[in-house]
Design a protein around this ligand. Structure first.
Ligand code: UD1
Length: 423
């Protein structure tokens, strides 16, 4: 186990270059399976989820290697379409391999996915859609067994909720299916647009990605060999903005981001009294002496306020003057960070999907555990602002989505180090 030791109260200031998006690199690595050839991705984040996805690719017979932000994958041969329980448990998004493997091999076998525990995370929409496209899917003893005896075919689908993962899985299955697939009420997240962009570069015919209706005409893909750069990570961007915001007079310049992905997030920082400027692919933020509580934060599907940024903004509101209300509309169990924040002195009450935070003048360092990826990032934020020393264990969760977090925060002036705990 590893932990982060943070001595809070240091002023943060400086510039950083944003990592590529975790939630984009994973579907792009799954999409590589459909390309039957050499695929090179650039701007890949150095996070453990990327390496877990690469292990899955190597396990099924592809040859994948990563160096820095480049991932090279040769998907000419796929010898196996089963993903072991151990690999599947490493991350929930491994369910994304279902559509890609069905499209490539006409069958696949995987166990129910692992990943962060954010309450029940069913995959009924993925399964219903793939069955409508001709797949035969059975679930037995925690395993999902999929076959497409007559091949996959295009169809019209209307999602009951614009699920990101279901939209991605359907696109992956549809690019090599017979005929046209239309997804109504599709997710509009930028990661969907990135996935479609990558597939289109490699010969797919996908229109409407980023809107609520996506049309995919099945056809044979042919990799171009061009490097495809993963989009910037909008959630890591929101996280580093929240870190600069939580300390008095914090200042950050984040380079290589896309501020248009943060239209619902930037106003919250402004309501808290921060000065935010965007220019080109840069975002600059300066925080005031003390933050003020923002209007009610309601998480929603894109372009609404992202659920993945709820936890890190909540840390900011723990030290803001006034009361903040959060309403979590996407996941049922997404307030697990409130326990750790409470240990650090935050005044938070939760009931169901609502959290009410009464901002305190200060937080205090404490020993806490990262409950999940974004919740862990929120505890880091609180520790940066807290008086005294905090120890955050379960750092493995944080490493799933944030590259070199302690180096980046040290470069901004934080007092942070990593310790390996020998058990
Ligand atoms: C993705 C992101 C995650 C983000 C989430 C919402 C990745 C790897 N993960 O997760 O970081 O928090 O989008 O923006 O990209 N649902 C069902 N049945 C289904 C599928 C989903 O009921 O078949 C429900 C989920 O339980 C959840 C909601 O729909 O309550 C949203 O889930 P979804 O959009 O699918 O999120 P993920 O793709 O899992």
């Amino acid at each position: 186990m590893q932990k982060l030791i943070i001595t809070g109260g240091k002023r943060l200031g400086g510039e950083i270059t944003l990592q590529g998006a975790k939630n984009s690199v994973l579907p792009l690595l799954a999409a590589a399976i459909l390309c039957k050839g050499r695929v090179t991705l650039g701007n890949c984040p150095e996070i453990t989820d990327r390496y877990a996805a690469m292990r899955i690719l190597n396990h099924i017979g592809c040859r994948t290697s990563g160096s820095g932000d480049i991932t090279e994958t040769d998907t000419t041969s796929v010898g196996c379409c089963e993903i072991t329980d151990e690999l599947m448990r490493e991350m929930r998004s491994s369910v994304i391999f279902m559509g890609a493997l069905l499209g490539r091999c006409g069958k696949c076998r995987l166990s129910f996915p692992g990943g962060c525990d954010l309450g029940p995370r069913p995959i009924d929409m993925h399964i219903t859609a793939l069955c409508r496209m001709g797949a035969d899917i059975t679930e037995r003893h925690g395993e999902i067994i999929c076959t497409a005896p007559g091949g996959l075919h295009g169809t019209k689908l209307t999602l009951p909720f614009p699920s990101v993962g279901a939209t991605e899985n359907i696109i992956l299955a549809a690019v090599s299916a017979d005929g046209e697939t239309v997804i109504h009420n599709a997710a509009r997240e930028p990661e969907i647009t990135d996935l479609a962009g990558f597939l289109n570069v490699n010969g797919a015919d996908i229109a409407g990605a980023g809107s609520d209706t996506v049309r995919i005409n099945g056809r044979k893909l042919s990799p171009t060999g061009e490097i495809y750069r993963v989009m910037p990570d909008r959630i890591a961007c929101a996280t580093y903005l929240s870190y600069a915001a939580i300390v008095p007079h914090g200042e950050i310049l984040i380079k290589k981001c896309d501020h248009t992905h943060l239209d619902a997030v930037i106003p919250v920082f402004e309501q808290m009294g921060c000065t935010v400027r965007v220019f080109g692919s840069n975002i600059y933020l300066r925080s005031p002496d003390r933050l003020e509580s923002p209007d009610t934060v309601r998480t929603m599907v894109y372009p609404g306020f992202p659920t993945d940024a709820q936890a890190v903004i909540m840390s900011d509101t723990c030290v803001a003057a006034g009361t903040t209300v959060f309403i979590e509309n996407i996941f049922e169990n997404r307030y697990r960070h409130t326990g750790g924040l409470g240990r650090m002195g935050a005044d938070i009450r939760t009931e169901g999907r609502v959290a009410v935070i009464n901002g305190r003048e200060r937080l205090y360092g404490a020993k806490v555990s990262a409950p999940d990826l974004r919740g862990g990032a929120a505890l880091v934020g609180a520790a940066l602002a807290a008086e005294g020393v905090s120890e955050i264990d379960n750092v493995e969760y944080i490493d799933r989505g944030y590259e070199h977090i302690e180096q980046i925060l040290s470069s901004l002036g934080a007092d942070i180090r990593r310790e390996v705990v020998l058990s």
